[in-house]
Design a binder for this molecule. Structure first.
Ligand code: NBP
Length: 479
């Protein structure tokens, strides 16, 4: 029997569609699913005219593969991945490749990379984005792990990935859990983009008094400009969707946002590594607040007031402001996301290819947008700017958007509409572009109550001083 190029474990939404995508591209695929009825249904529905081999167990799957064996796990992250790797490891030989394509925590991938390396097995942690449609017709793929695996799997995964101008949205990202790390940041940025859009919708509705069709028209128009992106495009379509009785469907959707934890991982990682990731963290917190529905309903009865609407004649000015606010805040979010990746690259010893990361998010994933090409250009400048906000192109863009951004945040504050992402992004921007901030007061307070010392601005910054605040007011150099 001809050996298969790849074995897939897990025929859920993602595994099944990746199997079909690989098969369409001419790769011979073997599939195995824990529940055999799922495999039977998959083959009945899709097997005709395809060379997809079926395995009843992992041993059979392994025996169907050419050497080195390439096995893609598309099972639920966590215990399921652990269980499958445990069962697979004794069946494999040095040089074989195990790819985890689930949404695994990058620290698990760091560990699995090391554990499997001890057996000579190459572990790859590969972030997969784009959902069902992406998996079927072209996902964005973020592989990292054992570098020796890349030459073996590159052609196969670049063949099935999304493409922009012929460039595949699949590039090698680095050792260990680098691929899953980048996927985590992708998901965090997705949280931020979604929250910003939700805030803008809320302001359009509750401060400007726009109808759902007007809002949809606005997003559709914005999608023709510099905000062009998948999420803006689908928001226009969502706003137009009607329920059975003809009313806007979104008004019937409960305002409690779910989450699968990757946003929390991102925020947590930022806190653990002292990176100011305010926008994504606000987006995570906003979902947490949304989940407290009954508490919010009670608070609305006690504290709520009906916000007034702006005059109709001012609407178009405020719509322009919301456009600029969305653009500028999004830039802050990406600035922070790339800052976090730069910090992780240092901590983990990864040479993350930041320009390529922007390119591989340009298609096949939820955050795809025009904007990512400008980010790629920033990482190609010599020298690379210390952050996206210091890139000459983006600095000019954000300055041009600043007045509208402030107006939009003022609108939210004045009309009592929560806009935590738009406003915290503006606070970050104001803090970031402030050469002399307010932390001198904090340092003085810390020294006052805890003798934590401070550095002076008018001398050698390597010296630390303590003032005898309650004594004679004199200053001493701390050791
Ligand atoms: P599904 O929930 O559709 O499928 C889960 C698969 O895991 C099934 O094949 C299931 O087998 C298998 N599985 C489980 Br659960 N426990 C197992 C075990 N102990 N041993 C062997 N197999 C086991 O998931 P999916 O949506 O295809 O997602 C797969 C991975 O891809 C997840 O990590 C997910 O986060 C990630 N991802 C999903 C999307 C998306 O849009 N859905 C996008 C990007 C990434 P069974 O049939 O026997 O239960």
């Amino acid at each position: 029997m001809t050996k298969s190029d790849i074995g897939i474990v897990g025929l859920g939404v993602m595994g099944a569609n990746l199997a079909l995508n690989l098969s369409d591209k001419g790769y011979r695929v073997s599939v195995y699913n824990r529940t055999s009825a799922v495999t039977s249904e998959f083959i009945e529905t899709h097997g005709q005219g395809r060379t997809i081999a079926v395995a009843d167990n992992l041993q059979q799957l392994v025996s169907q593969l050419g050497s080195p064996r390439v096995i893609l796990l598309m099972v639920t992250a966590g215990r399921a991945v652990e269980a499958v790797i445990e069962q697979l490891q004794p069946l494999l030989e040095p040089g074989d490749i195990v790819i985890d394509g689930g949404n695994s925590n990058y620290q698990d991938s760091n560990r699995r990379w090391l554990e499997l390396a001890a057996w000579g097995i190459h572990f790859v942690g590969m972030g997969v984005s784009g959902g069902e449609d992406g998996a079927r017709f072209g996902p964005s793929l973020m592989p990292g792990g054992a570098a020796a695996a890349w030459p073996v799997i590159r052609d196969m995964f670049q063949a099935i990935a999304a493409r922009v101008d012929g460039v595949p949205c699949c590039q090698w990202l680095g050792d260990g859990g680098a691929g899953h790390y980048v996927k985590m940041i992708h998901n965090g940025i997705e949280y931020g983009d979604m929250q910003l859009i939700a805030e803008v919708c809320h302001l359009m509705q509750h401060a400007l008094g726009l109808s759902h069709d007007d809002m949809a028209d606005c997003f559709a128009a914005w999608n023709g400009g510099r905000l062009e992106s998948y999420l803006i495009e689908i928001t226009a379509r969502i706003l137009r969707q009607r329920d059975r009785d003809g009313s806007p469907l979104v008004e019937r959707i409960l305002d409690m946002a779910g989450n699968k934890g990757t946003g929390v991982w991102t925020a947590h990682d930022a806190l653990a590594n002292a990176v100011p990731l305010t926008l994504i963290s606000e987006a995570v917190h906003a979902r947490m607040l949304s989940a407290r529905k009954s508490e919010r309903v009670a608070a609305a009865a006690l504290l709520g007031s009906v916000p007034t609407l702006v005059a109709e004649s001012d609407r178009s000015m405020y719509l322009d402001a919301l456009h600029d606010a969305l653009y500028a805040a999004k830039l802050v979010s990406y600035t922070q996301g790339f800052m976090l990746m730069q910090s992780a690259a240092k901590t983990n010893g990864w040479a993350l290819p930041f320009g390529d990361i922007a390119l591989l998010w340009r298609a096949g994933c939820i955050i795809r947008s025009r904007f990512l090409t400008d980010i790629k250009n920033s990482f190609e400048r010599e020298p690379v700017p210390p952050s996206l906000l210091q890139d000459p192109f983006f600095a000019a863009e954000v300055k041009a958007s600043e007045a509208g951004w402030r107006l939009a945040v003022m609108l939210a504050v004045k009309h009592g509409v929560a806009a935590p992402a738009l406003s915290s992004a503006l606070s970050f921007y104001d803090g970031y572009r402030c050469a002399n901030g307010s932390a001198n007061i904090i340092q003085a307070q810390r020294d006052f109550f805890g003798a934590h010392t401070y550095q002076r601005t008018d001398g050698d910054e390597s010296n630390h001083f303590h003032t005898r605040w309650l004594g004679d007011g004199g200053e001493e150099i701390a050791s």
